[in-house]
Design a binder for this molecule. Structure first.
Ligand SMILES: Nc1ncnc2c1ncn2[C@@H]1O[C@H](COP(=O)(O)OP(=O)(O)OP(=O)(O)O)[C@@H](O)[C@H]1O
Ligand SMILES: [Mg+2]
Length: 226
């Protein structure tokens, strides 16, 4: 379970202070499929980055299964993240000069596994996202939809309990976008907790069991969807 209590995040650059999140509290139960809607700049990515431990709150507390990132040193926090959180980014953040296979292997290598131990796992993941025949292709030569599927496979490498997806369909056409959501749905059925940021209200309604909306760093609307 994820427990967010009175979390604020301020960014200061020069004279300008931006309150990206303003006293947000939220509980996310295990097995939920939560969608986060909101206009550009409303704080969605900031919230996801705090949950993913990629950034620290200015105030307030985030507990993931009772653990606060702030109580861990950098090495412990990286390990915790690598084992428990799968992050699917809008901008992919893949290594363009690596192959599909190598990109998906990264979390397993970080986790200390050797190639002979993770090879079959990587192929299993690539089969799942229908990229089994592209394992040795360079990522820079893939289409947008294929790149997003590599991201999904990479996010799942260590079988994390939490999947954080920041507009994973944002740069895809509707067919590829729907395919990404179908993968997320499959994972949710396997009891993974999904947190899904989107501008697409139809996807949010079709796939998630709860929707929240952010505005100016505050939660303005909750909707139980199913
Ligand atoms: N590193 C940063 N430094 C300064 N300001 C930032 C930083 N990151 C985000 N912000 C500001 O915080 C606010 C929230 O940004 P955030 O990226 O969370 O929005 P978002 O809801 O994800 O928007 P989008 O839909 O465009 O991705 C914005 O006003 C943004 O300009
Ligand atoms: Mg964003």
């Amino acid at each position: 379970m994820i427990k967010i209590t009175n979390v604020s995040k301020e960014y200061i650059s020069g004279e300008v202070k931006t309150t990206a999140l303003d006293n947000v509290s939220l509980e996310i139960q295990d097995g939920e499929f939560l969608s986060i809607l909101g206009m550009s700049g409303s704080g969605k990515t900031t919230l996801l980055n705090l949950i993913g431990g990629l950034d620290k709150p200015t105030s307030g507390e985030i507990l993931i299964d009772g653990i606060n990132y702030l109580s861990l040193n950098d090495k412990e926090a990286s390990k915790f993240r690598n084992e428990n959180i799968g992050y699917i980014f809008q901008l992919f953040y893949l290594e363009p000069s690596f192959t599909v296979f190598e990109n998906v292997s990264i979390p397993l290598i970080i986790g200390g596994k050797r190639k002979k131990d993770y090879e079959s796992r990587v192929f299993e993941l690539l089969q799942m996202v229908s990229l089994g025949n592209k394992a040795n292709k360079l990522v820079s030569n893939l289409s947008g939809g294929e790149k997003q599927r590599v991201c999904i496979a990479r996010a799942l490498a260590n079988d994390p309990k939490y999947i954080l997806a920041d507009e994973p369909t944002g740069s895809l056409d509707s067919v590829n976008g729907e395919a990404v959501l179908e993968y997320l749905k499959l994972l949710n059925m396997k009891n993974k907790t999904i947190i899904f940021i989107t501008h697409n209200e139809d996807f949010a309604k079709k796939y998630s069991n709860r929707i929240i909306s952010l505005k100016d760093g505050k939660i303005v609307q909750y909707e139980n969807n199913k």
